[in-house]
Design a protein around this ligand. Structure first.
Ligand code: ADP
Ligand code: MG
Length: 239
């Protein structure tokens, strides 16, 4: 993925002020930064949930910001996991994972069911496929959301503070699913405040502030030898 001079303005609030970012196949990029720095907006632009006001995004061989691009095709390849799960409350875990496969990829019911079971098994919920979201813990619901995204065979996965709404004891199971995914070679862009995860899993850490990428490097570079005052300040406050 290549992001060139990406800009996004809401009214007169310039939230992204020229973001340049290349992500290679199989790379895990972790984005850190204070609240309001534009992290979610960046991910939402990559998934075309927001329309950029400037710049271009290329994904594989397509400029996804081009007018003629089929948004649904892009979304099918770009999986996204949000802070608040966004599961359908009246559907079981399995049905939640089947739905987009049938609607967007036009898989038949049997195939969608088979893939749903497979993916739920992978995230450790093989025993819970017939439970509804209200019968699952937050961590389990988030793992259903991850299974739902993976069932679409995404080429890249975006995580926006996927563990921020969870009780501390439930965070670990979700992070270990994400770690496993990274080890399996998935390309990932992860917004998180989990510094341990960033250190262990990230190939590259990016620090955003005020709509800019202020600093980037390996976890060692950014955590142990930050060069920008704002990064130092942020890390100082968090750890
Ligand atoms: P972060 O995820 O880093 O906390 P966000 O990308 O959510 O930051 O938000 C960055 C800024 O963009 C904030 O000032 C926020 O109020 C603004 N913003 C985000 N989404 C919208 C929107 N849909 N409409 C107007 N302002 C928005
Ligand atoms: Mg955010």
């Amino acid at each position: 993925m290549r992001i060139e001079d990406l800009r996004k303005t809401f009214g007169d609030n310039e939230v992204l002020r020229g973001i340049d970012l290349d992500v290679s196949r199989g790379e895990v990029v972790v984005i850190l930064g204070p609240s309001g720095s534009g992290k979610s907006t960046l991910l939402r632009c990559v998934n075309l949930l927001e329309k950029p006001t400037g710049g271009r995004i290329f994904f594989e061989d397509t400029e996804i910001t081009a007018k003629k691009t089929d948004i649904n095709k892009v979304r099918a390849k770009v999986g996204m996991v949000f802070q608040n799960f966004n599961l359908f409350p009246h559907l079981t875990a399995k049905k939640n994972v089947m739905l987009a496969q049938q609607k967007v990829l036009h898989r038949n019911k049997e195939e969608a069911a088979r893939i749903a079971e497979e993916q739920l098994e992978k995230v450790g919920l093989g025993e819970r496929i017939d439970y509804k979201p209200s019968e699952l813990s937050g961590g389990q619901q988030q793992r259903v959301a991850i299974a739902r995204a993976l069932a679409m065979d995404p080429h890249v996965m975006l995580f926006d503070e996927a563990t921020s709404a969870l009780d501390p004891e439930l965070v670990r199971d979700v992070l270990s699913v994400m770690k496993e995914l990274a080890r399996g070679g998935m390309t990932m862009i992860v917004v998180t405040h989990e510094m341990g995860f960033a250190r262990d899993v990230a190939d590259r850490v990016i620090f955003m502030d005020g709509g800019y990428i202020v600093e980037q490097g390996t976890p060692e570079e950014v955590f142990d030898h930050p060069t920008s005052v704002r990064t130092k300040d942020f890390l100082g406050h968090i750890s």
